[in-house]
Write a protein that binds this ligand. Structure first.
Ligand code: G16
Length: 548
Protein backbone atom coordinates (compact mmCIF):
# COMPACT_ATOMS: atom_id res chain seq x y z
CA UNK A 1 0.00 0.00 0.00
CA UNK A 2 1.36 3.42 -0.91
CA UNK A 3 1.94 5.74 2.04
CA UNK A 4 2.25 9.47 2.52
CA UNK A 5 5.72 10.98 2.10
CA UNK A 6 6.29 11.80 5.76
CA UNK A 7 9.29 14.09 5.27
CA UNK A 8 7.40 16.13 2.74
CA UNK A 9 4.39 16.37 5.03
CA UNK A 10 6.48 17.33 8.07
CA UNK A 11 8.32 20.06 6.17
CA UNK A 12 5.10 21.55 4.78
CA UNK A 13 3.07 21.13 7.95
CA UNK A 14 5.77 22.91 9.99
CA UNK A 15 5.03 25.98 7.89
CA UNK A 16 1.37 25.86 9.00
CA UNK A 17 1.34 25.04 12.71
CA UNK A 18 -1.98 24.51 14.45
CA UNK A 19 -2.87 27.26 16.94
CA UNK A 20 -4.43 26.50 20.30
CA UNK A 21 -8.00 26.37 19.01
CA UNK A 22 -10.73 23.89 18.24
CA UNK A 23 -12.21 23.73 14.74
CA UNK A 24 -15.46 22.41 13.29
CA UNK A 25 -16.55 21.96 9.69
CA UNK A 26 -19.90 23.74 10.16
CA UNK A 27 -22.96 24.81 8.16
CA UNK A 28 -20.82 25.94 5.25
CA UNK A 29 -17.31 24.63 5.92
CA UNK A 30 -14.75 26.17 8.28
CA UNK A 31 -15.41 29.79 9.11
CA UNK A 32 -13.82 32.06 11.71
CA UNK A 33 -11.32 34.88 12.21
CA UNK A 34 -8.91 34.66 9.28
CA UNK A 35 -5.84 34.79 11.53
CA UNK A 36 -6.75 31.35 12.97
CA UNK A 37 -7.23 29.64 9.64
CA UNK A 38 -3.76 28.99 8.19
CA UNK A 39 -3.36 25.40 9.47
CA UNK A 40 -7.02 24.60 8.83
CA UNK A 41 -6.77 25.60 5.18
CA UNK A 42 -3.47 23.75 4.74
CA UNK A 43 -5.11 20.58 6.05
CA UNK A 44 -8.24 21.18 3.96
CA UNK A 45 -5.88 21.02 0.97
CA UNK A 46 -4.78 17.56 2.10
CA UNK A 47 -8.41 16.51 2.53
CA UNK A 48 -9.37 17.80 -0.93
CA UNK A 49 -6.57 15.74 -2.48
CA UNK A 50 -7.66 12.64 -0.55
CA UNK A 51 -11.25 13.16 -1.68
CA UNK A 52 -10.16 13.45 -5.30
CA UNK A 53 -8.04 10.28 -5.05
CA UNK A 54 -10.96 8.47 -3.43
CA UNK A 55 -13.13 9.51 -6.40
CA UNK A 56 -10.63 8.29 -8.96
CA UNK A 57 -9.14 11.67 -9.73
CA UNK A 58 -12.43 13.58 -10.11
CA UNK A 59 -11.96 17.33 -9.70
CA UNK A 60 -12.72 18.73 -6.24
CA UNK A 61 -13.28 22.47 -5.65
CA UNK A 62 -12.06 24.57 -2.71
CA UNK A 63 -13.57 28.01 -2.20
CA UNK A 64 -11.90 30.39 0.20
CA UNK A 65 -14.64 32.70 1.46
CA UNK A 66 -16.57 33.69 4.54
CA UNK A 67 -19.60 34.70 2.51
CA UNK A 68 -21.88 36.91 4.65
CA UNK A 69 -19.44 37.22 7.57
CA UNK A 70 -17.54 40.44 8.37
CA UNK A 71 -14.31 41.31 6.58
CA UNK A 72 -11.97 40.00 9.30
CA UNK A 73 -13.39 36.46 8.97
CA UNK A 74 -12.59 33.93 6.30
CA UNK A 75 -13.28 30.27 5.63
CA UNK A 76 -13.24 27.40 3.20
CA UNK A 77 -15.94 25.26 1.62
CA UNK A 78 -15.25 22.09 -0.35
CA UNK A 79 -17.12 21.29 -3.55
CA UNK A 80 -17.85 17.72 -4.68
CA UNK A 81 -17.58 16.66 -8.35
CA UNK A 82 -21.10 17.56 -9.51
CA UNK A 83 -20.74 21.00 -7.95
CA UNK A 84 -22.60 20.09 -4.78
CA UNK A 85 -21.33 20.59 -1.22
CA UNK A 86 -18.85 18.07 0.26
CA UNK A 87 -20.52 14.76 1.13
CA UNK A 88 -21.74 14.90 4.75
CA UNK A 89 -19.74 11.89 5.98
CA UNK A 90 -16.47 13.63 5.04
CA UNK A 91 -17.19 16.64 7.24
CA UNK A 92 -16.12 14.63 10.29
CA UNK A 93 -12.79 13.86 8.58
CA UNK A 94 -12.32 17.56 7.84
CA UNK A 95 -12.93 18.38 11.50
CA UNK A 96 -10.62 15.60 12.73
CA UNK A 97 -7.76 16.57 10.39
CA UNK A 98 -8.02 20.23 11.39
CA UNK A 99 -7.79 19.32 15.09
CA UNK A 100 -4.82 16.90 14.92
CA UNK A 101 -2.46 18.28 17.55
CA UNK A 102 0.87 17.29 15.94
CA UNK A 103 2.33 16.18 12.61
CA UNK A 104 2.33 12.60 13.92
CA UNK A 105 -1.37 12.78 14.72
CA UNK A 106 -2.02 14.28 11.32
CA UNK A 107 -0.15 11.48 9.54
CA UNK A 108 -1.90 8.85 11.66
CA UNK A 109 -5.30 10.27 10.80
CA UNK A 110 -4.49 10.42 7.08
CA UNK A 111 -3.37 6.80 7.17
CA UNK A 112 -6.50 5.77 9.07
CA UNK A 113 -8.62 7.46 6.37
CA UNK A 114 -6.61 5.77 3.63
CA UNK A 115 -7.21 2.38 5.17
CA UNK A 116 -10.84 2.75 6.35
CA UNK A 117 -12.02 4.47 3.16
CA UNK A 118 -9.80 2.36 0.90
CA UNK A 119 -8.17 5.35 -0.74
CA UNK A 120 -5.62 4.42 -3.38
CA UNK A 121 -2.83 6.96 -2.97
CA UNK A 122 -1.40 6.12 -6.39
CA UNK A 123 -4.51 7.62 -8.04
CA UNK A 124 -4.24 11.21 -9.31
CA UNK A 125 -5.66 14.13 -7.32
CA UNK A 126 -7.19 17.10 -9.17
CA UNK A 127 -8.25 20.19 -7.30
CA UNK A 128 -9.40 23.66 -8.40
CA UNK A 129 -9.74 26.66 -6.13
CA UNK A 130 -10.89 30.24 -5.98
CA UNK A 131 -11.41 32.99 -3.42
CA UNK A 132 -13.52 36.05 -2.75
CA UNK A 133 -12.17 39.60 -2.37
CA UNK A 134 -11.08 39.36 1.29
CA UNK A 135 -7.42 40.46 1.69
CA UNK A 136 -6.68 37.40 3.85
CA UNK A 137 -7.58 35.21 0.86
CA UNK A 138 -4.17 35.57 -0.76
CA UNK A 139 -2.13 34.03 2.07
CA UNK A 140 -4.79 31.39 2.72
CA UNK A 141 -4.58 30.31 -0.91
CA UNK A 142 -0.84 29.82 -0.36
CA UNK A 143 -1.60 27.59 2.66
CA UNK A 144 -4.07 25.61 0.57
CA UNK A 145 -1.51 25.19 -2.21
CA UNK A 146 0.99 23.81 0.34
CA UNK A 147 -1.61 21.32 1.58
CA UNK A 148 -2.22 20.19 -1.98
CA UNK A 149 1.52 19.59 -2.45
CA UNK A 150 1.48 16.95 0.32
CA UNK A 151 -0.22 14.48 -2.01
CA UNK A 152 1.08 15.95 -5.27
CA UNK A 153 -2.31 17.15 -6.44
CA UNK A 154 -2.66 18.77 -9.85
CA UNK A 155 -4.16 22.18 -9.15
CA UNK A 156 -5.70 25.12 -10.99
CA UNK A 157 -6.06 28.47 -9.29
CA UNK A 158 -9.10 30.29 -10.71
CA UNK A 159 -8.30 33.47 -8.78
CA UNK A 160 -11.15 35.70 -7.62
CA UNK A 161 -14.61 34.22 -8.27
CA UNK A 162 -18.07 34.10 -6.76
CA UNK A 163 -18.68 30.87 -4.83
CA UNK A 164 -21.31 29.61 -7.32
CA UNK A 165 -18.89 30.19 -10.21
CA UNK A 166 -16.45 27.75 -8.62
CA UNK A 167 -19.26 25.21 -8.12
CA UNK A 168 -20.21 25.61 -11.79
CA UNK A 169 -16.60 25.22 -12.99
CA UNK A 170 -16.11 22.09 -10.87
CA UNK A 171 -19.14 20.44 -12.46
CA UNK A 172 -18.11 21.50 -15.96
CA UNK A 173 -14.66 19.96 -15.51
CA UNK A 174 -16.08 16.66 -14.26
CA UNK A 175 -18.73 16.34 -16.95
CA UNK A 176 -16.74 17.53 -19.98
CA UNK A 177 -17.10 15.16 -22.92
CA UNK A 178 -20.01 13.25 -21.32
CA UNK A 179 -23.75 13.43 -22.14
CA UNK A 180 -24.11 15.50 -18.92
CA UNK A 181 -21.57 18.12 -20.08
CA UNK A 182 -22.48 21.23 -18.10
CA UNK A 183 -20.65 23.96 -20.01
CA UNK A 184 -17.33 25.65 -20.62
CA UNK A 185 -15.29 25.52 -17.37
CA UNK A 186 -14.49 29.22 -17.12
CA UNK A 187 -16.15 32.36 -15.76
CA UNK A 188 -16.62 33.42 -19.37
CA UNK A 189 -18.37 30.10 -20.16
CA UNK A 190 -20.64 30.64 -17.15
CA UNK A 191 -21.58 34.14 -18.32
CA UNK A 192 -22.30 32.94 -21.86
CA UNK A 193 -24.49 30.06 -20.68
CA UNK A 194 -26.61 32.16 -18.31
CA UNK A 195 -26.92 35.10 -20.69
CA UNK A 196 -27.95 32.97 -23.68
CA UNK A 197 -30.72 31.27 -21.67
CA UNK A 198 -31.95 34.57 -20.20
CA UNK A 199 -32.21 36.17 -23.64
CA UNK A 200 -34.41 33.29 -24.80
CA UNK A 201 -36.62 33.68 -21.74
CA UNK A 202 -37.32 37.40 -22.14
CA UNK A 203 -37.34 37.54 -25.95
CA UNK A 204 -40.18 39.67 -27.30
CA UNK A 205 -41.19 40.95 -23.86
CA UNK A 206 -41.14 44.59 -22.80
CA UNK A 207 -38.01 45.28 -20.77
CA UNK A 208 -38.61 46.27 -17.14
CA UNK A 209 -37.27 49.46 -15.52
CA UNK A 210 -33.72 49.28 -14.14
CA UNK A 211 -33.02 47.09 -11.12
CA UNK A 212 -30.80 48.59 -8.41
CA UNK A 213 -28.35 45.93 -7.23
CA UNK A 214 -26.45 46.15 -3.93
CA UNK A 215 -23.33 43.95 -4.17
CA UNK A 216 -22.37 44.17 -0.44
CA UNK A 217 -18.96 45.57 -1.56
CA UNK A 218 -18.02 42.01 -2.39
CA UNK A 219 -16.96 39.85 -5.30
CA UNK A 220 -20.42 40.05 -6.86
CA UNK A 221 -19.67 43.65 -7.91
CA UNK A 222 -16.70 43.11 -10.26
CA UNK A 223 -18.14 39.82 -11.49
CA UNK A 224 -21.61 41.21 -12.26
CA UNK A 225 -19.91 44.05 -14.14
CA UNK A 226 -18.06 41.45 -16.19
CA UNK A 227 -21.33 39.62 -16.78
CA UNK A 228 -23.54 42.56 -17.82
CA UNK A 229 -22.14 43.04 -21.36
CA UNK A 230 -23.09 39.42 -22.13
CA UNK A 231 -26.74 40.34 -21.61
CA UNK A 232 -26.69 42.76 -24.59
CA UNK A 233 -29.01 45.21 -22.92
CA UNK A 234 -31.68 42.57 -22.16
CA UNK A 235 -31.59 43.77 -18.55
CA UNK A 236 -30.85 47.19 -17.01
CA UNK A 237 -28.99 47.06 -13.71
CA UNK A 238 -27.63 49.90 -11.62
CA UNK A 239 -24.90 48.53 -9.32
CA UNK A 240 -24.35 50.06 -5.87
CA UNK A 241 -22.03 49.07 -2.99
CA UNK A 242 -19.27 47.94 -5.32
CA UNK A 243 -16.27 49.19 -3.32
CA UNK A 244 -14.02 46.14 -3.18
CA UNK A 245 -10.93 48.30 -2.68
CA UNK A 246 -11.96 49.04 0.91
CA UNK A 247 -12.12 45.56 2.45
CA UNK A 248 -13.62 46.79 5.72
CA UNK A 249 -16.81 47.69 3.84
CA UNK A 250 -17.54 44.08 2.90
CA UNK A 251 -21.07 43.13 4.06
CA UNK A 252 -21.08 46.28 6.20
CA UNK A 253 -24.51 47.94 6.43
CA UNK A 254 -25.33 46.36 3.10
CA UNK A 255 -25.82 43.01 1.44
CA UNK A 256 -28.44 40.27 1.64
CA UNK A 257 -27.79 39.32 5.27
CA UNK A 258 -28.02 42.94 6.49
CA UNK A 259 -31.23 43.59 4.53
CA UNK A 260 -32.87 40.34 5.67
CA UNK A 261 -31.95 40.60 9.34
CA UNK A 262 -32.44 44.37 9.71
CA UNK A 263 -35.53 44.41 7.48
CA UNK A 264 -34.41 47.63 5.84
CA UNK A 265 -32.50 48.74 2.76
CA UNK A 266 -28.69 49.13 2.78
CA UNK A 267 -27.61 52.26 4.63
CA UNK A 268 -27.28 55.20 2.27
CA UNK A 269 -29.51 53.74 -0.44
CA UNK A 270 -32.29 56.16 -1.37
CA UNK A 271 -35.28 54.08 -2.38
CA UNK A 272 -38.11 55.25 -4.66
CA UNK A 273 -41.62 53.76 -4.35
CA UNK A 274 -42.39 50.69 -6.45
CA UNK A 275 -38.87 50.36 -7.90
CA UNK A 276 -37.02 47.03 -7.68
CA UNK A 277 -33.98 46.56 -5.45
CA UNK A 278 -31.89 43.46 -4.83
CA UNK A 279 -28.92 42.56 -2.62
CA UNK A 280 -26.21 39.90 -2.95
CA UNK A 281 -24.13 38.69 -0.01
CA UNK A 282 -20.32 38.82 0.10
CA UNK A 283 -19.69 35.83 -2.18
CA UNK A 284 -22.86 36.19 -4.31
CA UNK A 285 -24.60 32.99 -3.35
CA UNK A 286 -27.56 34.70 -1.70
CA UNK A 287 -30.13 37.09 -3.11
CA UNK A 288 -33.00 39.07 -1.62
CA UNK A 289 -35.28 41.60 -3.31
CA UNK A 290 -37.14 44.53 -1.75
CA UNK A 291 -39.10 47.66 -2.58
CA UNK A 292 -40.69 50.63 -0.92
CA UNK A 293 -44.45 50.83 -0.91
CA UNK A 294 -46.38 54.02 -1.70
CA UNK A 295 -46.70 54.76 2.02
CA UNK A 296 -42.88 54.47 2.29
CA UNK A 297 -42.95 51.12 4.12
CA UNK A 298 -40.04 48.82 3.39
CA UNK A 299 -41.13 45.50 1.88
CA UNK A 300 -38.83 42.49 1.77
CA UNK A 301 -39.04 39.81 -0.91
CA UNK A 302 -36.79 37.19 0.65
CA UNK A 303 -35.89 33.59 -0.18
CA UNK A 304 -39.41 32.43 0.74
CA UNK A 305 -40.95 34.91 -1.69
CA UNK A 306 -38.47 33.83 -4.39
CA UNK A 307 -39.36 30.16 -3.80
CA UNK A 308 -43.08 30.96 -4.06
CA UNK A 309 -42.58 32.94 -7.27
CA UNK A 310 -40.39 30.24 -8.84
CA UNK A 311 -42.71 27.37 -7.86
CA UNK A 312 -45.78 29.23 -9.16
CA UNK A 313 -44.06 29.96 -12.48
CA UNK A 314 -42.71 26.44 -12.98
CA UNK A 315 -46.08 24.84 -12.17
CA UNK A 316 -47.75 27.11 -14.73
CA UNK A 317 -45.08 26.32 -17.35
CA UNK A 318 -45.28 22.53 -16.97
CA UNK A 319 -49.08 22.75 -17.29
CA UNK A 320 -48.81 25.05 -20.32
CA UNK A 321 -46.32 22.65 -21.94
CA UNK A 322 -48.73 19.75 -21.39
CA UNK A 323 -46.26 17.84 -19.18
CA UNK A 324 -47.85 18.25 -15.76
CA UNK A 325 -46.86 14.70 -14.90
CA UNK A 326 -43.66 16.42 -13.72
CA UNK A 327 -43.96 16.88 -9.95
CA UNK A 328 -42.80 20.09 -8.29
CA UNK A 329 -41.85 20.22 -4.60
CA UNK A 330 -40.42 22.90 -2.33
CA UNK A 331 -37.85 22.56 0.46
CA UNK A 332 -37.58 25.09 3.28
CA UNK A 333 -36.04 25.38 6.75
CA UNK A 334 -37.59 26.36 10.08
CA UNK A 335 -36.78 29.99 9.21
CA UNK A 336 -39.42 29.94 6.45
CA UNK A 337 -42.23 32.33 7.23
CA UNK A 338 -45.36 30.40 8.28
CA UNK A 339 -47.41 32.33 5.71
CA UNK A 340 -45.09 31.18 2.89
CA UNK A 341 -45.51 27.51 3.84
CA UNK A 342 -49.30 27.95 3.89
CA UNK A 343 -49.24 29.65 0.49
CA UNK A 344 -47.17 26.84 -1.04
CA UNK A 345 -49.31 24.09 0.47
CA UNK A 346 -52.76 25.64 0.19
CA UNK A 347 -52.63 27.92 -2.85
CA UNK A 348 -50.04 26.21 -5.04
CA UNK A 349 -50.82 22.72 -3.72
CA UNK A 350 -47.18 21.69 -3.71
CA UNK A 351 -45.55 19.37 -1.17
CA UNK A 352 -43.26 21.24 1.21
CA UNK A 353 -40.52 19.66 3.32
CA UNK A 354 -38.63 21.25 6.20
CA UNK A 355 -34.97 20.39 6.82
CA UNK A 356 -32.08 21.72 8.93
CA UNK A 357 -30.33 24.96 8.02
CA UNK A 358 -27.60 24.71 5.39
CA UNK A 359 -28.07 24.44 1.64
CA UNK A 360 -26.43 21.02 1.74
CA UNK A 361 -29.51 19.70 3.58
CA UNK A 362 -31.98 21.44 1.29
CA UNK A 363 -30.16 20.29 -1.83
CA UNK A 364 -30.39 16.61 -0.87
CA UNK A 365 -34.07 16.85 -0.06
CA UNK A 366 -34.84 18.70 -3.31
CA UNK A 367 -33.33 15.82 -5.30
CA UNK A 368 -36.41 13.78 -4.30
CA UNK A 369 -38.68 15.76 -6.63
CA UNK A 370 -38.81 15.95 -10.44
CA UNK A 371 -38.35 19.67 -9.98
CA UNK A 372 -37.17 20.59 -6.49
CA UNK A 373 -37.31 24.28 -5.55
CA UNK A 374 -35.24 24.98 -2.45
CA UNK A 375 -34.66 28.28 -0.73
CA UNK A 376 -33.68 29.39 2.71
CA UNK A 377 -35.48 32.52 3.89
CA UNK A 378 -32.09 34.28 3.84
CA UNK A 379 -32.07 34.09 0.03
CA UNK A 380 -29.85 31.04 -0.49
CA UNK A 381 -31.32 28.51 -2.90
CA UNK A 382 -31.90 27.21 -6.38
CA UNK A 383 -34.09 24.85 -8.42
CA UNK A 384 -33.04 21.29 -9.31
CA UNK A 385 -34.34 19.48 -12.38
CA UNK A 386 -34.02 15.68 -12.13
CA UNK A 387 -32.48 13.81 -15.09
CA UNK A 388 -35.90 12.38 -15.96
CA UNK A 389 -37.58 15.80 -15.80
CA UNK A 390 -34.85 17.16 -18.08
CA UNK A 391 -35.39 14.28 -20.49
CA UNK A 392 -39.13 15.00 -20.64
CA UNK A 393 -38.56 18.73 -21.05
CA UNK A 394 -36.04 18.19 -23.85
CA UNK A 395 -38.18 15.68 -25.72
CA UNK A 396 -41.39 17.74 -25.56
CA UNK A 397 -42.21 19.50 -28.80
CA UNK A 398 -45.74 20.52 -27.78
CA UNK A 399 -48.81 19.78 -29.86
CA UNK A 400 -49.66 23.45 -30.41
CA UNK A 401 -47.66 26.71 -30.54
CA UNK A 402 -48.47 27.62 -26.91
CA UNK A 403 -47.17 24.26 -25.67
CA UNK A 404 -44.05 24.60 -27.81
CA UNK A 405 -43.32 28.06 -26.36
CA UNK A 406 -43.80 26.79 -22.78
CA UNK A 407 -41.50 23.80 -23.42
CA UNK A 408 -38.84 26.11 -24.88
CA UNK A 409 -39.09 28.35 -21.79
CA UNK A 410 -38.67 25.33 -19.50
CA UNK A 411 -35.56 24.27 -21.39
CA UNK A 412 -34.08 27.76 -21.10
CA UNK A 413 -35.08 27.93 -17.44
CA UNK A 414 -33.11 24.77 -16.67
CA UNK A 415 -30.08 26.47 -18.26
CA UNK A 416 -30.45 29.85 -16.58
CA UNK A 417 -30.70 28.21 -13.16
CA UNK A 418 -27.39 27.11 -11.65
CA UNK A 419 -28.22 23.60 -10.57
CA UNK A 420 -25.04 23.04 -8.61
CA UNK A 421 -25.85 25.37 -5.70
CA UNK A 422 -27.71 28.56 -4.76
CA UNK A 423 -26.40 31.33 -7.00
CA UNK A 424 -27.35 34.99 -6.67
CA UNK A 425 -26.62 35.82 -10.38
CA UNK A 426 -28.68 32.92 -11.62
CA UNK A 427 -31.50 33.51 -9.11
CA UNK A 428 -31.60 37.16 -10.12
CA UNK A 429 -32.09 36.13 -13.76
CA UNK A 430 -34.81 33.69 -12.68
CA UNK A 431 -36.73 36.42 -10.83
CA UNK A 432 -36.21 38.95 -13.63
CA UNK A 433 -37.46 36.37 -16.14
CA UNK A 434 -40.70 35.82 -14.25
CA UNK A 435 -41.31 39.50 -13.57
CA UNK A 436 -40.61 40.32 -17.24
CA UNK A 437 -42.78 37.47 -18.54
CA UNK A 438 -45.65 38.59 -16.34
CA UNK A 439 -44.84 42.31 -16.52
CA UNK A 440 -45.17 42.38 -12.73
CA UNK A 441 -44.04 45.08 -10.33
CA UNK A 442 -42.51 43.92 -7.04
CA UNK A 443 -45.80 44.82 -5.36
CA UNK A 444 -47.76 42.41 -7.57
CA UNK A 445 -45.24 39.66 -6.78
CA UNK A 446 -45.56 40.48 -3.07
CA UNK A 447 -49.34 40.05 -3.16
CA UNK A 448 -49.11 36.23 -3.32
CA UNK A 449 -49.27 36.20 0.49
CA UNK A 450 -48.57 38.47 3.45
CA UNK A 451 -45.66 37.52 5.67
CA UNK A 452 -46.28 37.06 9.36
CA UNK A 453 -44.11 39.64 11.16
CA UNK A 454 -40.85 37.96 12.11
CA UNK A 455 -37.63 38.81 13.91
CA UNK A 456 -34.21 37.18 13.98
CA UNK A 457 -32.03 37.93 17.00
CA UNK A 458 -28.37 36.96 17.52
CA UNK A 459 -27.42 36.16 21.11
CA UNK A 460 -23.76 36.08 22.13
CA UNK A 461 -23.28 33.35 24.73
CA UNK A 462 -20.35 31.79 26.50
CA UNK A 463 -20.50 28.45 24.69
CA UNK A 464 -22.94 27.93 21.86
CA UNK A 465 -22.09 24.23 21.61
CA UNK A 466 -24.25 23.47 24.68
CA UNK A 467 -27.37 24.18 22.58
CA UNK A 468 -28.47 20.93 20.92
CA UNK A 469 -31.44 20.70 18.57
CA UNK A 470 -33.73 18.04 17.04
CA UNK A 471 -36.69 18.08 14.64
CA UNK A 472 -35.06 20.04 11.80
CA UNK A 473 -33.63 22.39 14.46
CA UNK A 474 -37.07 23.42 15.70
CA UNK A 475 -36.62 22.08 19.25
CA UNK A 476 -33.83 22.27 21.81
CA UNK A 477 -33.06 19.11 23.77
CA UNK A 478 -30.19 20.73 25.65
CA UNK A 479 -29.76 22.59 27.94
CA UNK A 480 -32.38 20.57 29.81
CA UNK A 481 -35.61 22.41 30.45
CA UNK A 482 -35.04 25.34 28.12
CA UNK A 483 -37.49 24.12 25.46
CA UNK A 484 -40.31 23.94 28.03
CA UNK A 485 -39.55 27.50 29.04
CA UNK A 486 -39.60 28.60 25.37
CA UNK A 487 -42.91 26.80 24.76
CA UNK A 488 -44.48 28.46 27.80
CA UNK A 489 -43.55 31.92 26.48
CA UNK A 490 -44.65 31.16 22.90
CA UNK A 491 -48.10 30.06 24.13
CA UNK A 492 -48.79 33.60 25.31
CA UNK A 493 -48.49 35.05 21.77
CA UNK A 494 -51.12 34.98 19.02
CA UNK A 495 -49.80 32.93 16.07
CA UNK A 496 -46.56 32.70 18.04
CA UNK A 497 -43.70 30.49 16.82
CA UNK A 498 -40.11 30.60 17.94
CA UNK A 499 -37.05 28.39 17.86
CA UNK A 500 -33.44 28.61 18.95
CA UNK A 501 -30.36 27.08 17.30
CA UNK A 502 -26.60 27.63 17.41
CA UNK A 503 -25.20 29.21 14.24
CA UNK A 504 -22.80 27.10 12.19
CA UNK A 505 -21.07 30.13 10.68
CA UNK A 506 -20.90 32.71 13.48
CA UNK A 507 -20.16 32.48 17.19
CA UNK A 508 -23.76 33.21 18.20
CA UNK A 509 -27.04 31.50 18.99
CA UNK A 510 -29.87 32.49 16.63
CA UNK A 511 -33.40 33.14 17.87
CA UNK A 512 -36.25 33.24 15.36
CA UNK A 513 -39.73 34.47 16.27
CA UNK A 514 -42.95 35.23 14.47
CA UNK A 515 -46.34 36.33 15.79
CA UNK A 516 -49.53 38.09 14.73
CA UNK A 517 -48.25 41.67 14.97
CA UNK A 518 -44.91 43.46 14.86
CA UNK A 519 -44.90 44.52 18.55
CA UNK A 520 -45.85 41.00 19.66
CA UNK A 521 -43.15 39.50 17.42
CA UNK A 522 -40.48 41.80 18.82
CA UNK A 523 -41.52 41.08 22.39
CA UNK A 524 -41.49 37.34 21.73
CA UNK A 525 -38.06 37.46 20.07
CA UNK A 526 -36.51 39.52 22.82
CA UNK A 527 -38.04 37.45 25.62
CA UNK A 528 -36.69 34.23 24.13
CA UNK A 529 -33.37 35.96 23.45
CA UNK A 530 -33.21 36.99 27.11
CA UNK A 531 -33.98 33.45 28.18
CA UNK A 532 -31.14 32.05 26.05
CA UNK A 533 -28.76 34.66 27.36
CA UNK A 534 -29.64 33.80 30.96
CA UNK A 535 -29.09 30.09 30.39
CA UNK A 536 -25.54 30.55 29.23
CA UNK A 537 -24.22 33.99 30.16
CA UNK A 538 -22.41 32.43 33.10
CA UNK A 539 -22.59 35.73 34.92
CA UNK A 540 -20.27 37.38 32.41
CA UNK A 541 -21.27 40.00 29.87
CA UNK A 542 -24.21 42.35 30.02
CA UNK A 543 -27.73 41.18 29.42
CA UNK A 544 -28.69 43.10 26.28
CA UNK A 545 -31.12 45.82 27.23
CA UNK A 546 -33.74 45.10 24.64
CA UNK A 547 -34.16 41.59 26.07
CA UNK A 548 -37.18 42.12 28.27
C1 G16 B 1 -24.27 29.70 4.99
C2 G16 B 1 -24.99 28.47 4.51
C3 G16 B 1 -26.47 28.71 4.53
C4 G16 B 1 -26.90 29.12 5.94
C5 G16 B 1 -26.07 30.30 6.44
C6 G16 B 1 -26.31 30.61 7.90
O1 G16 B 1 -24.55 30.77 4.14
O2 G16 B 1 -24.53 28.17 3.21
O3 G16 B 1 -27.11 27.54 4.12
O4 G16 B 1 -28.25 29.49 5.96
O5 G16 B 1 -24.70 30.01 6.31
O6 G16 B 1 -26.02 29.47 8.67
P1 G16 B 1 -25.99 29.50 10.23
O7 G16 B 1 -27.33 29.98 10.68
O8 G16 B 1 -25.68 28.10 10.65
O9 G16 B 1 -24.93 30.49 10.66
P2 G16 B 1 -23.41 31.72 3.59
O10 G16 B 1 -24.10 32.58 2.59
O11 G16 B 1 -22.88 32.47 4.77
O12 G16 B 1 -22.40 30.77 3.00
Amino acid sequence: MATVNVNNLNALSDLHKKPDANFTYGTAGFRMKAELLDSVIFRTGILAALRSKKLDGKVIGCMITASHNPAEDNGVKLVDPMGEMLEGSWEAHATALSNAESNEHLIDYIHSMVSSLKIDLTKPANVVFGRDTRPSGESLVAALADGLKVLDATVTDYGILTTPQLHYITRCLNTAGTPEAYGEPTAEGYYKKLAAAFKVLVEGKTKLSALTLDCANGVGAPKFKEFLPHLDDALSVKIVNDDVDNPSKLNLNSGADFVKTQQRGPIGLKMAPQERYASFDGDADRLVYYYQDDDNTFKLLDGDKIAGLAAMYIIDLVKAAGIDSISVGVVQTAYANGASTQYLRNSLNVPVSCVSTGVKHLHHEALKYDVGVYFEANGHGTVLFSPSALKTIHSTEGSNPAQAVAARSLRALSEVINQTVGDAFSDLLLVETILTQRQWTPKVWDQAYTDLPNRLVKVVVKDRSIFKTVDAERKLVEPAGIQDAIDAIVLKFRDGRSFVRPSGTEDVVRVYAEAATRPETDELAYRIGGLVFDYNSNGSGTRPREFL
